[in-house]
Design a protein around this ligand. Structure first.
Ligand code: MSP
Length: 513
């Protein structure tokens, strides 16, 4: 049995409702999962929520709720996002579940048995918003910021369990140089390696001054540090520790998608915990950039937080997905603006893909009674289209291997442009007028086949439009059974199948005045 391809998102804090940042990682992970399934691979795609820790406890307190009540209420907003954005996660983990407590307790014990945990006292600063202990260097950095830009940090002095992170400096550096793909994009590796080269202090992994968390085994006065707890979610959902067979099939993760702000937790602490527990390391941690909104940092106080439900409602989930994955190279920062969205909708989607589908199917309805004709002899221009389609498939595969969604979409849209150009040049309306029936058959067939290829190629990114186009083409084959290799073969469409033009796939966005 081949191993499952395992892709994860971070698990989201439930102190707040989902925003564009959460939607972004989840959509990216979904595109990866769908693409792998299209390649015929077995996939395990995980997302979920991070429900413990001081931040959640305080937010709940401020609202007069119990932390679990807050979590139970907010988690639904994250779970329902899957329907709203057409996300195909195979599991949704909550860190308050029993299975997770078991996994965290077990890995804590294994690390303790390895001699990497000891009891001492932590005295220093803590950033509750980011749930992060502040190192001396970070403290200096924070203090050098203007006062209004400093994160709120609090002095902490309490008994604490420590993880011997300092023992792992050499092994981590060795791992980075042996597996450069461990941190992606490549330019992020330097930043991580430099941090580790700077020296690693032992890490506090328990707290005593609040209760909302998983107790330290054998010493329930301590709760386990929320990041130790949270990172373990990736093991829990893979069946750790009770289902070794499943665990071996799923773990290690092939790719953890994370925002750039939480890269260090995933590329320094996490591999060190795993090494200590003698578990395999994830293959890749990919850090994506951050979105600003209309040029400004997104924040509650500015009041510009983008609600993914609202965008999906206004533009459609597919358009939102397309925009996020096309607009910027995955890894870099980007700006979310209404203008940019509208220009993608009206340009790439309405004029590009939408126009191609509607004029092709419209012509089949007009000239061939709505049935795809059997092609006549083909020539050089058809060969060029066929080559273009093979090239697009190849480029999409290459781009997805390097998690470059914008390149994959770019290649598909280049092909769309090529097919639109083919239609302009062949001018089937002229062929119809001049009664060149065989040429007309060939042209309509060639365009139909190209649209079939496009409909499948876009499926990881725009699943709703993809299936809709497939249906309008009148294909009998069940959509879910299609694979990438079937694209390269004949038989995607058959002469005689009945198409329907339907209404506009991507209506042009007109500003309501
Ligand atoms: N709970 C931790 C993750 C634990 S994973 C074991 C956490 N949660 S979070 O809800 O605060 O953030 C989740 C993700 O949202 C992070 O990857 C973060 O980078 C991302 N984003 C938050 N704001 C963002 C933008 N403005 N743009 C893009 N992503 C952003 O951290």
């Amino acid at each position: 049995m081949s191993k499952a391809f395992y892709v994860t998102t971070p698990i989201y804090y439930v102190n707040d409702v989902p925003h564009i940042g959460h939607a972004y990682t989840t959509i990216a992970a979904d595109a990866i999962a769908r693409f792998r399934r299209l390649k015929g691979e077995k996939v395990f795609f995980l997302t979920g929520t991070d429900e413990h820790g001081q931040k959640i406890e305080r937010t709940a307190e401020a609202r007069g709720e119990k932390p679990i009540e807050l979590a139970n209420r907010v988690v639904k907003r994250f779970q329902n996002l899957s329907q709203a954005l057409h996300i195909t996660n195979d599991d949704f983990i909550r860190t308050t579940e029993k299975r997770h407590e078991k996994a965290v307790t077990e890995i804590f014990k294994r690390i303790e048995d390895a001699g990497d945990i000891y009891l001492s006292e932590y005295e220093g600063w803590y950033d509750v918003r980011n749930e992060a202990f502040i190192t001396d260097t970070q403290y200096e950095e924070i203090m050098s910021l203007p006062e209004d830009k400093r994160p709120v940090i609090e002095k902490v002095k309490e008994e604490s369990y420590f993880f011997r992170l300092s023992n792992y400096q050499e092994r981590l550096l060795e791992h980075y140089s042996k597996f450069p793909e461990f941190v992606q994009p490549g330019y992020r590796m330097n930043e991580v390696a430099r941090f580790v080269e700077g020296g690693l202090k032992d890490l506090s992994i328990s707290r005593t001054t609040f209760n909302w968390g998983i107790p330290v085994p054998g010493n329930p006065g301590h709760v386990i540090y929320v990041w130790f707890d949270a990172l373990t979610n990736y093991l829990t959902a893979a069946g750790f520790p009770d289902d070794p067979e499943r665990f071996n099939d799923i773990w290690p993760a092939d790719i953890h998608l994370v925002g750039k702000d939480i890269l260090r937790f995933h590329t320094v602490y996490w591999p060190a915990f795993l090494m200590s527990a003698k578990l395999p390391l994830p293959k890749t941690v990919f850090a994506h950039g951050w979105w600003t909104v209309e040029g400004e940092k997104m924040s509650k106080s500015v009041g510009n937080v983008v609600d993914p439900y609202q965008v999906a409602d206004e533009f459609g989930a597919d358009v939102f997905r397309y925009f996020l994955l096309r607009e910027i190279p995955f890894g870099q920062d980007g700006d979310f603006s209404k203008n940019a969205m509208v220009s993608r909708v009206n340009g790439d989607l309405a004029n590009g893909l939408g126009n191609l589908v509607s004029r092709a199917l419209g012509m089949i309805e007009r000239y061939r009674g709505g049935k795809i004709p059997k092609p006549g002899p083909t020539g050089g221009s058809e060969e060029a289209v066929a080559e273009g389609s093979l090239l697009a498939i190849k480029l999409v595969e290459n781009a997805m291997d390097e998690t470059a969604f914008h390149k994959a979409l770019g290649a598909i849209w280049d092909f769309i442009a090529l097919v639109n150009k083919y239609v302009d040049e062949e001018a089937p309306w002229v062929l119809a007028k001049e009664k060149k029936e065989e040429r007309l058959d060939t042209a309509l067939w060639t365009v139909s086949r190209s649209i079939a290829v496009i409909s499948i190629l876009i499926s990881p990114f725009m699943p709703v439009s993809s299936e809709e186009i497939w249906k309008r083409l009148g294909s009998q084959e069940p959509f879910n059974s299609l694979t990438l290799s079937s694209l390269k073969e004949g038989g995607l469409i058959k002469p005689g199948q009945a198409v329907s033009k339907g209404s506009s796939l991507f209506p042009r966005y007109e500003e309501k005045s």
